[in-house]
Ligand binder design. Sequence first.
Ligand SMILES: C[S@@+](CC[C@H](N)C(=O)[O-])C[C@H]1O[C@@H](n2cnc3c(N)ncnc32)[C@H](O)[C@@H]1O
Length: 257
Amino acid sequence: MQKALIYGAGGGGTQIYRELVAREEPYEIVAFVDRLRGGTEKEGLPVIFPNEMAAQTFDIVFVATQDNTVRDTLVREYGIPDEKINTARYWNSAEVAPRVRALEHFRELCDMYGMKGSVAEVGVFQGDFSKHINRLFPESKLYLYDTFEGFSERDKAQETPDAEVTAYTHYANTSVDLVMKKMAHPDQIVVCKGMFPETATGADDNYVFVSLDPDLYAPVLAGLEYFYPRLVHGGGYLYTTSFPTKILAFGVPSPSF
Ligand SMILES: C[S@@+](CC[C@H](N)C(=O)[O-])C[C@H]1O[C@@H](n2cnc3c(N)ncnc32)[C@H](O)[C@@H]1O
């Protein structure tokens, strides 16, 4: 049995924890690691600070956060051997995969009910979900909204003081080029770089699927206001995976189902 740490005591950490336990994988989870929640408990396990990792005996650390600078920090600052760090599990199973499965299912419904329209994502980051929207809706125009520079001060100012998300700086680590290289149907992409909703375009389109994932309250609310009236007649799916302070999740089932 390998001893495992889970880096990230938020939603991603919970997801990985549950998978490891539910699938009875050969890992004994010894602790969560979190730079903000250290000193607390989660799932009956201690949550330690990153600087306490070196004192732990472990074989593998599953990184459960979108912050792709963590690997480097763990190696350089905390002396964790690179071969003990697993970042792939989060991306492949915890973060994107459940959304992709939902989207594949929704695509089937679109075919069944003849629902067609444009698609969009607000909050693209490195395009790891956008590429699946593009792959599954090859005949649809895909509007991609992001600052490609991280959060704006204006949006952050509208969060409550306890909103940890405002501390995220890694979202600046992306570019239009990086995202475009991942797209299977680049001719369908409309890049809308800058602050949403100011960048809103495609006002005359009808949308069959929208992913609202900008993390912050202000652009999530603006996205709901902008896209809801533009969902295709008879159906459409507005989906947010963000955990901002005031809205958790929102789905719009087809009124005609
Ligand atoms: C959670 S990440 C998106 C992750 C992506 N959907 C994925 O699944 O990999 C949030 C992104 O929203 C962007 N963002 C936040 N507020 C924004 C706004 N008002 N306008 C444009 N982009 C924004 C951030 O820069 C960041 O890249």
